[in-house]
Every structure is written in structure tokens, then in C-alpha cells.
Design a protein around this ligand. Sequence first.
Ligand SMILES: Nc1nc2c(ncn2[C@@H]2O[C@H](COP(=O)(O)OP(=O)(O)O)[C@@H](O)[C@H]2O)c(=O)[nH]1
Ligand SMILES: [Mg+2]
Length: 332
Amino acid sequence: MSLLIIQIPCLNEEATLPATLRDLPSSIEGIDRIEILIIDDGSSDRTIEVAREHGVHHLVRFPRNRGLAAAFRAGIDACLRLGADYIVNTDGDNQYSGASIAALVEPVVSGGADVAIGDRKTSDIAHFSWTKKRLQTLGSWVVRQFSGTLVPDATSGFRCWSRHAAMRLNLVNRYTYTLESIIQAGHAGMQIESVPIGTNEKLRESRLIKSIRTYVSRSAVTILRSYLLYRPFRTFFTLGSVSFASGLAIGVRFLWLYAQGEGSGHVQSVVLSGVLLIVGVQLGMIALLADLVAANRKLTEEGLVRLRRIEAGSSQLESDRPSTVLNAPPVG
Ligand SMILES: Nc1nc2c(ncn2[C@@H]2O[C@H](COP(=O)(O)OP(=O)(O)O)[C@@H](O)[C@H]2O)c(=O)[nH]1
Ligand SMILES: [Mg+2]
């Protein structure tokens, strides 16, 4: 028995949810059962009623809005506890074509991939503005550099995870899960496949991108932080080495001049060299400390995977019961 759960994070999606749900496949080659899970992030409209009317199997509800990243994490957690072998995430605004789900899960189900990411071919989407297209291209390029992967469409929310990969997802960022999860999967050595997918006509404006400026700066911070989380030693050590080497070069130059009897006019060099040397040594020490923290993180992650396995084993919920309402995990 293989179970696929399609999860849809929703914030006030009563208008577009019916079309999204209608578009989902009811059977896929290689999958025995497909269930749908809605994560309602404190919607004030009829999202929940609409979901129930359309017979979704599971609902996770947040009493108050906690944002997409938290909703996504709660969804993955619930899917694992429900015994999902594969988890697909799609959006509630019918942006991604439900018909593409079969192609999306294929590399994970039969190809041994850990994660599949739908590639929208953003540069061809008619309703994306020129700026949005360029930003998607640039953003995806940056994510590829920081994650060591080849993902062409980094912000795509249309993805499939194997159970194994979902158990290893540990996201801490509050704003977006899309970029952080790629960086993490890349550093964990997971196999990530990109799958060309179809998109539907735009039904409403994006709610996540309220202004391009905030979107870009928040994404940049997310990428940097996620990278630092996985490569802290390399980052701090490189910065420290640059600083130390510059300090050394300037210091040696001063000593050379001093030996020639021209030292008096170069006090600034001495100061600068000293500062750079000290900063370099300090960054080196930070690198060591960060490395210790990273080692701890690895142990914690390993512990979490084992804990999730135990949880999933003991609390497999009745998947046949329609509209299971799962308790949202505590705020964290
Ligand atoms: N849980 C949760 N979901 C949200 C929130 N904002 C948007 N979403 C959902 O995230 C998905 C993508 O949002 P959308 O506004 O279409 O952003 P886009 O990806 O830029 O098109 C949709 O399913 C939304 O319902 C939020 O604050 N919380
Ligand atoms: Mg959208």
C-alpha cells in the first residue's frame, strides 16, 4: 500500500480552492491511495467549509495566522503521522496544474529521487511581469550557488517529497520554506529532480509577494541564513582568512618600509594591519565555535528523525476517516 498525501496550505482560498481540488488527480500510476490535506492558517472566509464540502480527507487548523512556513511544516508533520509515503505540496490558488502531479511524483516513486520540484519555466509565463521573471531567474541562480544543486525554479511551491526526505526536513525560517528546503536538501546530499510542469491561468494576485523590495530582501536574508546554518565553518574561516592575510600583507609591507628607515609616515598601516589581524583571528575562533554548534545540530537532527519515526509508528491516524481534524502543533 503506498499512500500519497497532497497538502495545500491555505489562507482565505474559498474562491479558488474548489477549482484547485477539482484539478487534482484521483489516481496515479504506482500509487495505491491519494488523500488530500488542507492546512488552514486562520482563514476568515469559508475555506474550511469549502474544503469539507469537497470531501478533503484531512484538515490541520491554526486558530490564528502563523504564516506559510509554519503551515507548511505543520502539514509535513501531519502527513508523516498519517503514514504518507509521498507528500506533494501545491498552492490553493490553482496556480499549478493538478494534471502535472503524476509527472511530479514519478521520479520520486520510481526514479529514486528524494525530492521533485516542479519547474514552471518562469521566463515563459505570460502573466509574470518582466521584473518578476528576472527576479525568479536571478533568485534561482543564487539558490543554486548556495545549495550546490541544479534547481531551475527555486521558488516553486509544487513539490514532492519521499517519506525519507520529509522526515529529514528541519526548517527554521519563518518567511518561506521554498529556498531553505532546497539549501538543506542540497547540503544533505539528497537527490533533487526538476520536472517541467504546467501552470494554470492566474486567478488572483500573489499574497506572498506584497512588495518586490521586501520580498527580495527577505529572500536574501533567508538564503544567507540557511547557508550559514549548513556551512558555518567554511564561511567564517574564509572571511577570517581574507582579513588575516590582508593584515599580514600590510604588516609585512610596513616592516619592510621600517627596515628601510621609512617607517615614520606609515602609522596608519600599523593600525590597519593590527585591526585586520585581530578581526581575522576572531573570525577564526567564531568558525571553530560555529563548527561545534553545527556538530550539535547534526546530532539534534538525527535525534529528530528517530523521534519522528517513533511518533509515526505509534500515532498513525485513521486515514479512512473523512476530514480528520488534526491539532496544530504548539507555536514554535
Ligand atoms: N498558511 C498560509 N498560507 C498562505 C499564506 N499566504 C499565502 N498562503 C498560501 O500559499 C500559497 C501561495 O500563495 P500565493 O499568494 O499564491 O503566492 P505565490 O506563490 O506568489 O503565487 C497559496 O496556497 C496561499 O493560500 C499565509 O499567510 N499562510
Ligand atoms: Mg499563487
